[in-house]
Design a protein around this ligand. Structure first.
Ligand SMILES: NC(=O)c1ccc[n+]([C@@H]2O[C@H](COP(=O)([O-])OP(=O)(O)OC[C@H]3O[C@@H](n4cnc5c(N)ncnc54)[C@H](O)[C@@H]3O)[C@@H](O)[C@H]2O)c1
Length: 307
């Protein structure tokens, strides 16, 4: 995640000081970003880009202290381990100024827990990006209980300046909002596929060409308004008790864990991914993400032109 976040910030014209405890990854950062930029231009996600100038804004640092010094906004995308993140933020406070924003890209920990040892927890905030971070527009902005409004404003303004769509989350719930929705939907989808009600392939076709399209175009809550909540209330009452609601791992997932067929990295999940094709499969997926992200950007542009 870190390289895509660094790329997005440099592309927007800001200076980045990047550090990974794996020095090989820090050294490879410019190559990774360069490849991403070329793919984005080739797929129309960027009209043109001065690669050298973007890369010149990403300083590859040989220590954490070098990366943190004189920074206005820190974003950590390190290991998903609460103690590691807490220790990182404590070290930050010894180096950065009192006004520096401390942001985490954690997928799961509330900022209140990560900032519990901080002298100034009011400037700490979760900014939860989505993979690939240089393509997916939305970033969840989740303040901790001690985060102040100024920090929320600064984080939101910064993300907007990067071309992102920050969305404020008002309570520190596990999984924030979007991962909760993803799990809720996966529970039902995996149940239906596991029971043989629909194949994985047909489920993807069905969702992409119906719910996914409507949600991408206007969003699920507006789809509800268009459909009418009176009708949806009736459907809800009939179906709510029918859909899966327990907390155990769906059987189909248990089987996949057992067989080791856990997806792309194993060469097989619901679909087959021969190892010789994996690079192409990922490139094709990223290309599709870029095409749809561009459509979404154009759609937002159209609506702001009209307003
Ligand atoms: N992968 C995703 O889809 C995704 C999505 C949203 C959020 N996140 C979150 O982003 C963070 C990073 O996820 P990732 O998938 O990029 O993980 P990753 O393992 O690919 O990358 C983490 C990197 O951090 C480095 N690192 C670990 N500890 C470090 C330290 N103390 N100082 C400097 N570098 C350190 C590692 O060498 C590694 O390169 C996690 O908190 C994760 O939950 C991941």
């Amino acid at each position: 995640m870190g390289h895509g976040i660094a790329q997005t910030i440099a592309l927007a014209g800001c200076q980045v000081q990047a550090y990974d405890s794996d020095s090989g990854l820090t050294s490879a950062l410019h190559d990774r970003v360069k490849k991403n930029l070329q793919t984005m231009v080739a797929n129309g996600a960027l009209s043109n880009v001065d690669e050298d100038s973007v890369l010149s804004r990403i300083q590859r640092c040989s220590s954490e202290t070098e990366a943190l010094s004189d920074s206005d906004f820190v974003i950590e995308a390190i290991a998903e381990d609460l103690a590691v993140k807490q220790a990182f933020f404590s070290r930050c406070e010894d180096i950065v100024s009192e006004s520096t924003i401390l942001a985490s890209n954690t997928s799961s920990f509330p900022m209140s827990a990560m900032a519990s040892e901080l002298k100034h927890p009011e400037r700490a905030i979760n900014t939860h990006w989505f993979n690939p971070p240089h393509i997916i527009p939305v970033v969840e902005v989740v303040p901790g209980v001690k985060t102040d409004e100024e920090t929320i404003d600064k984080a939101t303004t910064f993300l907007k300046a990067l071309g992102k769509h920050p969305v404020r989350i008002h309570q520190e719930l596990p999984g924030f909002v979007l991962n909760r929705l993803q799990v809720a939907l996966f529970r039902e989808m995996l149940d239906l596929v596991g029971r043989g009600v629909i194949s994985a392939e047909d489920l993807d076709i069905a969702v992409r060409g119906s719910l996914g399209l409507r949600w991408a175009a206007v969003g699920p809550m507006k789809v509800g308004d268009f459909g009418g909540w009176d009708i949806l209330s009736k459907v809800y009452q009939v179906l709510a008790s029918e859909i899966r609601s327990d907390t155990s791992l769906p059987e189909v997932l248990q089987d996949m864990q057992y067989s080791g067929d856990v997806g792309l990295k194993a060469g097989k999940g619901f679909f087959e991914f021969p190892s010789e094709d994996q690079h192409e499969v990922v490139a094709d997926k990223d290309q599709k993400f870029m095409a749809w992200a561009k459509l979404l950007k154009d759609a937002y542009q159209d609506s702001s032109d009209r307003s």
